[in-house]
Design a protein. Structure first.
Length: 123
């Protein structure tokens, strides 16, 4: 399993979900679109990359269970795409709590806001 870019990188902190990367089906759709734009059939591209047409179909539809990074890079290069890896910002616990408190505060009633504000002054 490739832990960056290809798999959804989901972190659940205090009920807040951060999804910061491309899912396999999204990547596959991009490869399919680029392949078609390049005028290649699945069979042609699969043959060039030394894989079966069925495997390429699974990649393009996002149902493939495992795929090596070299295969992904090779497919991308063949159809004019690049694969990039970037650092993601994972909020600290303090940032997450602050965001949750702001969200609560923004949607709170006037009484709730007074209680939340009181709690802020006591911490």
């Amino acid at each position: 399993m490739i832990p960056f870019v290809l798999e959804a990188d989901i972190e659940l902190i205090l009920g807040i979900v951060y999804d910061t990367s491309m899912k396999l089906d999204e990547m596959g759709a991009l490869i399919r679109t680029a392949r078609r734009k390049a005028g290649l059939s699945q069979a042609e591209l699969a043959k060039r990359r030394g894989m079966s047409r069925a495997t390429l179909s699974q990649i393009e539809t996002g149902v493939v269970q495992e795929i090596g990074i070299r295969k992904v890079v090779g497919l991308c290069a063949e159809v004019g795409l690049t694969l990039s890896v970037t650092e993601i910002h994972r909020p600290t616990l303090a940032e997450t709590i602050a965001k949750a408190q702001r969200t609560k505060f923004d949607s709170a009633t006037q009484t709730d806001r007074a209680i939340l504000e009181y709690g802020r002054t006591k911490t």
